[in-house]
Design a protein around this ligand. Structure first.
Ligand SMILES: C[S@@+](CC[C@H](N)C(=O)[O-])C[C@H]1O[C@@H](n2cnc3c(N)ncnc32)[C@H](O)[C@@H]1O
Length: 285
């Protein structure tokens, strides 16, 4: 949804922008193409591999800078009322998903890691082997919206008593012993997503970056968020409506009556974009 992002984010061609989730740089490149020589773009990512890609870009464009940081540090990195537009494209990139060593994919065997920032935090292996049954049940039920959450939690609890669950294959086998697929969706989809969201504290980080956007955006500045999960989208929507989050003195107004979704052609080209939901807001106070 590159065109939609660029059209909604850039309010001033000489403005200062932040891409909170650099990934492979697809959005950043297009933002840079659409601002003039007085404009600038700061990108963040907490994955060192993305940051290294960004450093190569930065060497060839002095309007661009990349910082290895959690986007929840936004208000520590930037001055109050200094930014014209902030983009947050949630989740993980295709290259992270496809790298078996990262442990995000149920389709590839690899270590059960799932940390976006591999320099810190609990791995999925630590979490699944050490958490209480109650916590696992809650994560699978609420973050995963997984119907078989009780059955899967029981199977995890039994399995880890015999030997630690340490690979993606171990986890997929446990899930497949509890449920079969009734649709084209892989039976492990919800559980993997829920554990990734828990390990990386994704909802907490999302709430913090929204609060910080209220501080660092200028009046009239734009906030563009792409989410992939109804729980995330609800947080974004309620934040914009002023019903959730810590706004301080700021207020946002929703741009467009409905959230934007990828076109049929985009979904055909990139099936992983099918659940993307894009919301745009403007800081009005
Ligand atoms: C969906 S990808 C972004 C793709 C990017 N827009 C592009 O065009 O290539 C999400 C990126 O956000 C990063 N990320 C996720 N959570 C983060 C956080 N809390 N702080 C900083 N980066 C984060 C991931 O490492 C990943 O590279």
């Amino acid at each position: 949804m590159v065109r939609e992002v660029v059209n909604n984010l850039i309010v001033d061609l000489s403005g200062h922008y932040v891409d909170c989730t650099f990934g492979n740089g697809g959005h950043s490149i297009n933002i840079l193409k659409n601002i003039d020589s007085a404009g600038s773009l700061i990108a963040l990512d907490k994955d060192i591999e993305s940051v290294n890609i960004g450093k190569d870009f930065a060497a060839s464009d002095e309007r661009f800078k990349i910082i290895k940081s959690n986007f929840s540090n936004l208000s520590m990195l930037l001055e109050k009322d200094s930014i014209d537009g902030i983009l947050v494209d949630l989740g993980i990139s295709s290259s992270q998903l496809d790298d078996s060593n990262r442990g995000f994919s149920f389709r590839k065997n690899g270590p059960l890691d799932m940390r976006i920032d591999q320099d810190e935090g609990l791995t999925a292996k630590d979490w699944i082997n050490e958490s209480s049954k109650q916590e696992i049940e809650e994560v699978l039920k609420h973050l995963g919206q997984e119907r078989s959450y009780k059955k899967i939690t029981d199977a995890i609890s039994k399995s880890r008593k015999i030997k630690p669950i340490s690979s993606t294959k171990d986890l997929v086998e446990i899930i497949l012993s509890c449920k079969t697929s009734r649709s084209r969706k892989h039976p492990a989809t919800n559980v993997f997503r829920a554990i990734r969201m828990r390990v990386n504290q994704e909802l907490k980080e999302l709430s913090k970056v929204l609060d910080d956007a209220g501080k660092v955006l200028k009046l009239g500045g734009r906030l563009v968020v792409i989410s992939f999960h109804s729980i995330e989208d609800r947080i974004v929507k309620r934040f914009i409506q002023g019903k959730e989050g810590n706004h301080g003195e700021s207020k946002f107004s929703l741009i467009g009556r409905k959230p934007l979704k990828p076109s049929f052609q985009e979904i055909k080209r990139n099936p992983r974009s099918r659940s993307a939901i894009l919301r745009v807001a403007e800081k009005v106070v």
